[in-house]
Write a protein that binds this ligand. Structure first.
Ligand code: DX5
Ligand code: ZN
Length: 238
């Protein structure tokens, strides 16, 4: 069974927005129908970058009703879980590669009433989720190596999305799969057909320089529809 629903969510990656006019940028995204924002919190240790921080999150929180989707790329997951939970967020993904005590950290997130996700680097096998599937509210499949925007999709990750959907179905789980990295107009149909439910839109789609935010989101929605058609066709009995 593929994804439970056809409700595909677009979550713009805030690190790719116009950070010098961020509130204005978010207003454009909201008017185009966006209801979730993806925040990449990096500590310059787990990944060699630090695009946005906790102060930005705290300042933005009262300015928008969008759900905050937090992607932690840090060594000290528990510290950042508590910090963002105090700010007020709806879901948090922690990398299995950095979580010293993954099960405990996922429980910590859920204990704060926040949806818990596990993020997997492209090379990390799905088996890393074997003993935490029942602790998960979503899976974040990285389609690029984390840390930077503007990269190219790691080709093997398209199959990994489909494998992840099958892996979850085998364990009677139909939680959403979020994909993050080069979620482009060209890649979206393949990602959705493979089972992706939440699309992190960055420089190759939402913030693509060829169009306005509204134009780009329309193009994404058309690409999503193409992917859903492929998904439906794959489900049809022969
Ligand atoms: C990278 C981040 C992504 C990134 C996406 O580590 O997790 O959210 O901003 O940027 P693009 O879409 O340009 O790959
Ligand atoms: Zn991200």
């Amino acid at each position: 069974m593929l994804s439970a629903t056809e409700n595909i969510v677009i979550a713009p990656s805030v690190m790719c927005a116009d950070l010098c006019h961020l509130e204005n940028d978010i207003r454009h995204l909201e008017s185009a129908g966006i209801a979730m924002l993806h925040f990449d919190l990096m500590d310059a240790h787990f990944v060699p970058n630090m695009p946005i921080g906790l102060a930005l999150l705290a300042q933005l929180r009262p300015k928008t009703d969008c759900a905050f989707d937090i992607h932690l790329m840090v060594e000290d997951n528990d510290f950042f879980v508590e910090a963002v939970a105090d700010i007020g967020v709806q879901q948090i993904a922690v990398h299995v590669e950095s979580a010293r005590h993954l099960d405990r950290t996922l429980s910590l997130i859920q204990a704060r009433g926040i949806k818990a996700g596990a993020a997997l680097n492209p090379a990390t096998p799905l088996s890393a989720l074997d003993y935490v599937v029942d602790r998960l509210d979503f899976v974040l499949v990285m389609t690029v190596n984390p840390g930077f925007a503007g990269q190219k999709l790691v080709p093997a990750t398209l199959k990994k999305i489909a494998d992840c959907r099958a892996f979850l179905a085998e364990r009677d789980s139909n939680i959403p799969i979020e994909v993050d990295g080069n979620v482009s107009f060209e890649n979206i149909p393949k990602m959705v057909a493979a089972g992706a439910d939440i699309l992190v839109g960055g420089t190759s789609s939402v913030f693509h320089t060829d169009g306005t935010r509204a134009e780009n989101i329309k193009r994404i929605q058309a690409a999503v529809e193409k992917g859903l058609e492929k998904r439906r066709a794959a489900c049809k009995p022969n």
